[in-house]
Design a protein. Sequence first.
Lengths: 301, 430
Amino acid sequence: MTAAAWTQERRRAVRLGRWSPLVYLAPTLLLVALIYVVPIIDNVRFSFAKVTLLRGIVAWTGFDNYVQLASPDVLAALGRTLVWLGVSLPFALVLGTALALLLDNPIPGRGILRTLIILPWVFPEAIFAVMWRLTLHPLLGLVNNALLGVGLIEHTINFLSVDSALYTVIGIRIWRSTPFVVLSVLAGLQSIPEELMQAAHVDGASAWQRIWHIKLPLLKPVVWATAVILSAWTLVIFDLIFILTEGGPDRATELLSILIYKSAFIRQDLGMASAASMILVAIVGVFGYFYVRSANDEAAR
Amino acid sequence: MLKMQGMRNRRLLAIVLAGSVATAVCAMELLGVAAPATAQQVVTLKFMRPGRFDVVERVFKPIVSAFEKENPSIKVEFVDMGWDEYFRRLPIMLGSGTAPDVMLNQQGGIYQYGAENQFLALDKYLDAELRKQLSPGLLEASTVNGRVVAIPSSVGAYVLWYRTDLFEKAGLNPERPPQTWQDLLQYAETIKAKTSVPGLGMHGKAGVDLADTYAYFYHSAVGRPLWDAKLNQIDLRAPGAVEALRFMKKLVDSPGAQPHVDQYDRPALRSLLRDGRIGMMFDGPWILNVIKEQVQGPKPVIRAGQVPAGPAGRHSITVVDAWAIPARTKHPDEAWKLLRYLVRSENQAAHDTGYGSIPPQEAEARMAEFQAPHFKELVSALRHGWSSRVNTPRYGEVNDRLPENVQRVLIGRATPEQALQDLAKQMNWK
């Protein structure tokens, strides 16, 4: 082979080399495109159309579906969703961080306590929801029967009544999501250098001062990342609410996710469901942006 | 250079090998088409009866096995699907042509999708014998726009189920269940006062069951079926429409009803009745799977009576689910063969006793299995009942919004007038 031919071959090999990562990634990218990108594109299309499950796209409606999002039902569902997030998230974060800080110390029974705390995270959401529905039942449930048995109440309590249902499901959500915070913060605590804590101890800092001035500031990136991930998950929760209350009574627990389901599968108005789901996509997208930004900042540090 | 040459050769070899395999596969296909069929073509049908699969198998496997023996060129595959999944997936299956070849459909779906020509018209298949066998009015429930689109098979009607032991404890005559709405209220309160057990189980969870219950009260207060074919809506302005809701609220608020109605649907009440934790409840024959033991014997603990009469008379509700064949089935003749086999009297009887439904065929109703007193009451309820079906493509929406608004009244969040006005507004009705 001449020198020129050899150089040409080498150039070709280098070009192929540049493309080879893409070639290896292609199957995964195709899968991601099929599972994520294509449905999102379809969803956007549907949001500008009248769509039924039976016939697909029946007619293009422009922005009509988005205009319907300003209806009282949708705004109420959005409001409830923000309450759902705004109450459950801070409680889960505070409780989870406190438990993690507690479990970071060599307390007696720490192993059993860790297992018990993680337990709510282990069950699939649907089983968890069925379990709570039975436990809270006014006639047959464990909670009412226990309270009646010890004489704390004279009449059974309807924990899922129109006035209390939203807060009950928020409480269940807090119980369910706290273990995730515990696990994340515990992992973050492992990265805090022991020497720092020892030095602070030698300098006379109390346990509370060590937590407040050393551990918590160093845990900030972990807690922030956990908050962002938990927010995104909490916003799209469907099965817990659907199994517990189906969005009732009287829409007391009808979050955006339930409204989207009902629009799509009960009222068979996929256009409206798609438009409503774009709100969720937008909100979750905002959280996603903050997460990626914090991850990049952390990497830069 | 030699390395490059080697790589090129391997590439070439790979291409040649791939090409050879492709050619071989195509050749095999062509040979398959060209060669004459030597074995009888076997048609595989998909069959679905929504509900618990263990019950489906128990009831239908023997029937299907016998069918396959009689028809060796037809094989039947069972499709496992619960009712919730059925409601969600039916339009998708019909729209994509993947619906089972023979499937039981809920009455609303029969109208909704029958009107969209999604089910095969069965008029040309329907034989005179079967037409004669079916109780009057039932075939009409499976006829949409003049076409018979389904064959009735799982039929129900509301009756009042009640516990004779609680009646006796409360000093009430078990031979005389409540005859009017006022009786109902009084009996419920008497049972509660004398036995501490709620006299009446009322369910207030939003869903199709609540729509059915309102339909019974509507029928008995208004004196005509829930769906007004002329108006093409529920006539919410009919005198009696509000009265029906008002009376339901009165029942729920009375000391005789169990508390927290919004936490109960009809299935949840069945176990309460079985266990003696409520005295009475409205239900169809579907409760029989839960109270099998309690309805047996010369002195059954649970009996059935006709629904109490309202201001406009005694009018129960009827529910007619039916077998249908999707219009896009690839095997209509074979599917009809299977369907016709399923509704032979002996097989229909197995279906009815397995699931607890009213015999839809007159010959079947005369069989020994259906002579128990509660079956006689159920068959009788068919005669004065009207269908609770809403004949509209917006069936799903009606059965979402109607029970939601009924529930609002029952839990005190709206007056009956307000609830019906809101319903009319939501549905764009008069």
